[in-house]
Design a protein around this ligand. Structure first.
Ligand SMILES: [Zn+2]
Length: 218
């Protein structure tokens, strides 16, 4: 079974119709290759799809395990190379995004813990994006509870350019020792107009009860 049209359109947009190995602009002379062949149970999903020019396509398939010469293309290498190319042609779709955990209310004053504020802002001028936020509590060096909805990644935030959202959630009630710090781990990914997800570095926030405020753990 070939990849479906929707998926092909997506990966061709992400690569801007450049070969994901040699990076040549291909026009119509491009094919979507299965990184792991279907005969080896390779899937028909995006993880396994690799846009290639005709030359690279035959090159990738040419290696003969029975008569090894040169160095075989490894699936992990092909995927990493593809991500470099996708990144190069979709980076411009990702605006600067600001996000922060805060007890400050937008109109002045502060929230009462366990009510926690969350600010998310699109600081660019150009494209709207969707943002996936996943908040976990952290306990004794492990992930605790994952929040749900807009804070658990199951609902996406829609951000227009120059748009700021002031959200809030309730800190989950967990059994913890009084000496345990109250910590949040936050994963943020930005989903561009062509539906590609760009993951930012996760960040950690620690609550300071005396000051009713949060600091960012570097
Ligand atoms: Zn090529």
């Amino acid at each position: 079974m070939p990849f479906d049209d929707k998926l092909r359109t997506k990966v061709l947009l992400w690569a801007d119709r450049h070969c994901c190995y040699c990076k040549k602009p291909c026009g119509v002379n491009i094919e979507v290759h299965h990184i792991v062949p279907e005969s080896s149970e390779g899937s028909n999903d995006v993880e396994n799809a690799l846009p290639l020019c005709f030359d690279c396509h035959s090159e990738v398939q040419r290696y003969n395990d029975d008569h090894p010469r040169g160095t075989k293309f490894k699936p992990d290498e092909l995927r990493a190379r593809r991500e470099q190319v996708f990144e190069e042609f979709t980076r411009h779709l990702v605006p600067p995004i600001h996000y922060q955990v805060t007890q400050a209310l937008p109109g002045g004053g502060s929230r009462t813990f366990p009510d926690v504020g969350f600010v998310l802002a699109h600081l660019g001028d150009s494209m709207p994006v969707k943002v996936r936020i996943v908040v976990h509590t952290v306990r004794a060096d492990s992930r605790g509870t994952t929040l749900d909805g807009y804070y658990g990644g199951s609902k996406l935030w829609r951000l227009k350019p120059r748009f700021t959202v002031f959200g809030h959630f309730t800190m989950p009630d967990e059994k913890r020792l009084p000496s345990d710090p109250i910590q949040l781990w936050i994963d943020v990914s930005i989903i561009d107009q062509y539906d590609r997800s760009h993951n930012l570095l996760p960040v950690e926030y620690v609550y300071v009860p005396d000051k009713n405020s949060w600091y960012l753990e570097p």
